[in-house]
Ligand binder design. Structure first.
Ligand code: DX5
Ligand code: ZN
Length: 222
C-alpha cells in the first residue's frame, strides 16, 4: 500500500513541517487537491503550492500527486507539470476530450490519472484505460475533506481491479480517495487499491501515530 496524505487537512501555516512529519513516519506520496469552485463547490489551491512543496520532494523523494477537481483542466496541465507535479489526475466528468487531455499530461512530462466520482460508472473508462497510469476512484463526492466513505465504493474498486487484470493492464495503479481511516483501510486495500489517500485521518492529531495506525491496519493478518 502506498499512502498519500492529502494536504487539504494539513496546517498551511507550517506545510513543509507537517508534510515532512507524515513522510518521515512512512507516508509515500503527497496528494494535492486543486478545486476550482465550479466543478466542486470549494476553492483551494493551485500550482503555487505544488512549487512550494518542491523542497520537500527534493529532500524526501516523495511523489507529488495532483488531483485536479477543475472544469476543462487542460488549461492548467502545463502549469502543474512545470510546478513539479509527478502525477496529474483529471476527472472523467470534467473533460470533453479526455484522451486529448491524457496525452497532453504525458507530453508535459507527468504521469496521467483519471478520476471518477461515486455516481460515475466504471464503463465510462473502458476506452481510456490503456492510456492512463492511474485510476482514482472517489469514495466521497469531491469537494471537502472529512466526509464519510461511501460503502459501495469497495465493490467498485474490486470491479476495477478485476477489469484491469482481465485486460492485462496490471501496471495501472488504483487510487482511492475519501473517508479512509485505519478502521476501513483494510477493506479498501483488500478490494484492490494500490494507493490510499487520507486527509483528516492523517493530519488531525498526532501525524506519526496516524500514519503508523494505517500501516498496522493493513499489516495485521485477519
Ligand atoms: C475530497 C478530496 C480528498 C480529501 C480526502 O474532495 O479529493 O483528497 O481531502 O480527505 P479525507 O481523507 O478527510 O476524506
Ligand atoms: Zn483528492
Amino acid at each position: 500500500m502506498l499512502l498519500a496524505p492529502s494536504i487539504l487537512s494539513a496546517d498551511f501555516t507550517r506545510l513543509a513541517g507537517h508534510t515532512r512529519e507524515a513522510l518521515a513516519a512512512g507516508a509515500n506520496w503527497l496528494h494535492i487537491d486543486a478545486m476550482d469552485g465550479h466543478f466542486v463547490p470549494n476553492l483551494t489551491i493551485g500550482p503555487l503550492i505544488v512549487e512550494a512543496l518542491r523542497g520537500v520532494k527534493a529532500e524526501t523523494g516523495c511523489t507529488l500527486d495532483c488531483h485536479l477537481m477543475i472544469e476543462n483542466p487542460e488549461r492548467y496541465v502545463d502549469a502543474f507539470a512545470e510546478a513539479g507535479a509527478d502525477i496529474v489526475t483529471v476527472h472523467q466528468e470534467a473533460c470533453v476530450h479526455l484522451h486529448r487531455v491524457v496525452e497532453h499530461i504525458k507530453a508535459a512530462g507527468a504521469k496521467a490519472g483519471v478520476a471518477v466520482n461515486p455516481a460515475t460508472p466504471l464503463s465510462t473508462l473502458d476506452e481510456i484505460l490503456p492510456y492512463v497510469d492511474l485510476v482514482l476512484v472517489m469514495s466521497v463526492n469531491p469537494g471537502f475533506g472529512g466526509q464519510s466513505y461511501i460503502p459501495t465504493s469497495t465493490d467498485k474498486i474490486a470491479r476495477l481491479r478485476r477489469t484491469l487484470r482481465q485486460r492485462g493492464l496490471d501496471g495501472v495503479l488504483v487510487e482511492v480517495d475519501g473517508g479512509i481511516k485505519p478502521s476501513n483501510v483494510r477493506e479498501v486495500v483488500d478490494a484492490g487499491a494500490d494507493v490510499i489517500v487520507a486527509g483528516s485521518a492523517i493530519f488531525r492529531g498526532d501525524v506519526a501515530a496516524n500514519v503508523q495506525a494505517f500501516r498496522r491496519a493493513v499489516e495485521i493478518a485477519v
